[in-house]
Design a protein around this ligand. Structure first.
Ligand code: MN
Length: 198
């Protein structure tokens, strides 16, 4: 199949002043698009080209996994950002947050510490385990997704340098604070929780 670059769910300047249009232009238009273009090239004349993106992420290894997962992770990241900054956790999600972190503020602190502590390129995640009905925060390296035993992703934050270097240079913490204070998409996280619970 031909994969399509997911349309950005907001205008390139919609996250200003927290994330600049220039950063989004490069991040979405060059990095995200670049992974997709390379994925399509890698799948040319490959029988796995008929699989869905999710199937390739689940089954592939090595370079093909990296490209497919980076496409999927970026789709998930754009959806994890709320330009309006007004979304709130659903009642169900808030109850879990209060149980497992004490408060949304405490969750954000843990997410920031985990994201800041990820050595090198990667992702920080809020995940939900249906098995234990619990939330967890974790980080992954490069293109990796959270270990399935931890649960399914509700939100992610990209901590590759290309996500923040134009705006913040080496200050990953400054970038994280902007997202945590202004941009987390709780509607998306709440919908992902509802889906995980079936
Ligand atoms: Mn990225």
């Amino acid at each position: 199949m031909n994969f399509e670059l997911m349309a950005l769910p907001f205008a390139e300047d919609a996250l200003e002043p927290h994330i600049s249009a220039r950063t989004i232009s490069y991040h979405y238009g060059k990095h995200h698009r670049g992974y997709l273009t390379k994925l399509e090239a890698a799948l040319k004349d490959d029988p796995r080209a008929s699989q869905s993106l999710e199937e390739i992420v689940a089954d592939a290894e090595g370079g093909l996994f990296n490209l497919a997962a980076q496409v999927w992770n970026h789709d998930f990241y754009w959806n994890s950002l709320d330009p309006s900054g007004t979304s709130q956790p659903s009642e169900a999600l808030q109850a879990l947050i209060d149980t497992h972190f004490g408060s949304t503020g405490a969750l954000k602190e843990q997410l920031k510490a985990t994201a800041a502590g990820q050595f090198g390129s990667g992702w920080a995640w809020l995940v939900y385990s249906a098995e234990s009905n619990s939330l967890a925060i974790t980080s992954t390296s490069d293109a990796e997704l959270p270990d399935a035993s931890l649960g399914v992703p509700l939100l992610t934050v990209d901590v590759w340098e290309h996500a923040y270097y134009l705006d913040h240079q080496n200050d990953r913490g400054g970038y994280l604070q902007r997202i945590l204070d202004h941009l987390l998409n709780w509607d998306f996280a709440s919908a992902n929780l509802a889906k995980a619970r079936g």
